[in-house]
Design a protein around this ligand. Structure first.
Ligand code: 5GP
Ligand code: ZN
Length: 111
């Protein structure tokens, strides 16, 4: 996926403020944060979005969600919000699966 921004971040072609990396997942701070702490959990494997996931991605999806509280805690958050935008009409702009994690500062509005 040569034209995918997040694949380029995974391969190091585009720099990022990385906060975590293992064999399958990387996490980095969002370039346009909407909260005092706002980072993205991204699988190294290129999958366009949640609608493109299948049973083979089940463990990876679990890994992403389990990392959210661990990394949020390391960033000093005692609570946080997760968001997965899916598809254009779901607000997705980068078509490489990612989980937003954000929090800190003011209490988040109820959704
Ligand atoms: P989406 O709307 O697809 O769920 O979110 C994409 C997110 O990626 C946006 O919050 C946007 O600010 C972030 N983003 C887009 N390009 C880059 C980049 O080059 N570096 C980083 N760190 N974040 C990016
Ligand atoms: Zn990609």
């Amino acid at each position: 996926m040569t034209d995918c921004i997040f694949c380029k971040i995974v391969s190091g072609v585009i720099p990022s403020k990385k906060l975590y990396e293992d064999n399958d997942v990387i996490a980095f701070h969002d370039i346009h944060p909407i909260a005092p702490v706002h980072f993205l959990l991204v699988p190294k494997l290129h999958v366009a979005g949640l609608s493109n996931c299948a049973l083979e991605h089940q463990a990876l999806l679990g890994r992403l969600l389990l990392l959210a509280p661990k990394l949020a805690g390391e960033q000093g958050l005692d609570g946080f919000r997760t968001m997965i935008n899916t598809g254009k009409s779901g607000g997705q702009e980068v078509f490489h699966l990612h989980v937003h994690v954000f929090g800190g500062g003011a209490v988040l509005p109820k959704v």
